[in-house]
Design a binder for this molecule. Sequence first.
Ligand SMILES: Nc1ncnc2c1ncn2[C@@H]1O[C@H](COP(=O)(O)OP(=O)(O)OP(=O)(O)O)[C@@H](O)[C@H]1O
Ligand SMILES: [Mg+2]
Length: 342
Amino acid sequence: MTRLTRSAPGDDPAGEHQHLQLTTLAGWRGFVTEMRAVPDLLPEAIRSSLDDDKRACYDDERIDHHSRLLVVQTPTIRQIITAGRRLIQLNKNAHYGRCGLMVSGPARTGKTTALVQLGKTIEVIHRRRHPRATADIPVIYITVPPAATPKMIAMEFARFFDLPISRRGNITDLADAICGVSIDARVRLVAIDELHNLNTATRAGAEASDTLKYFSERIPATFVYAGISLERTGLLSGTRGEQIAGRFSMVRTGPFGQDPQWSALIAALENSLRLHRHRPGTLAKLDRYLHQRTHGMIGSLLWLIRSAAINAVLDGSEKITKKSLDGVDADIASQSPRPPAT
Ligand SMILES: Nc1ncnc2c1ncn2[C@@H]1O[C@H](COP(=O)(O)OP(=O)(O)OP(=O)(O)O)[C@@H](O)[C@H]1O
Ligand SMILES: [Mg+2]
């Protein structure tokens, strides 16, 4: 009954757009196998001799690079990857009562980044250990839709696997198919993002939370949840909540302090810049200023540096300075006087 697309890793039959959608198997596999090339800076003499088309291509590549920069291995990412790997080992032989992990924190503090880096790590390890098992799906990544119901949760799993979905279909059959495919495909990690969309104060939300719990009991995998301030969503209160709280560990994400970790983050970002006239160490010296501008929020920092770097290519200045950073409009969150409460 399943119409499972089990393409080889790296295949992206649905094209560029699917590639960006991590919540489908094709998109997820594209993300896991993606090797981002960091453009090399051409020597000045060669750059100035490029004709207009080639020069535009060269600049476009660098704009593309600066629009993403790199994923910095922050202490939080390391902590989440270590905790996730440990739980997978602990759960390996558990037939029931498996443990899970929650990643909780304010908006744009790197929860999704850490969750997908954990997923990628687990998948890369699995593929290395089982190179012939190309049909395996070691990691599932889904997001909880707003005002989720049990059916909506099941449909997200089905969509990831590309199972045929009938809106009138029976949820029990759908759940059976999802569990069957998950077991066959040796799913090891189920990453569920945007968990704050689960409103356990409503009946549908509480039932959706039960559906997740049901999946976590039937699928022999480690479940990792991420969302905004999960301890406040009601997910951990009441009888259901107590059960979850007893089995999950929690990693909190939040703003950086103005400390060596903040400086290391800035240094890593500065090292990844590909600008012709940027003086190395400029951003490192601006660490206090950058902290004031962003309140230590990693999402705001990336916004600011990516924007300034793209501007530097577009306007030909080829460097980031305090003045050019001043000229970038920050995101709304970092313009508020205080950081959002955790
Ligand atoms: N370790 C990191 N290295 C580089 N960039 C990062 C890192 N962590 C987060 N970012 C960047 O910060 C921004 C916010 O990160 P992310 O989307 O992971 O946060 P979030 O907590 O999931 O946000 P939301 O609550 O809105 O879902 C993104 O642009 C992301 O690329
Ligand atoms: Mg997110």
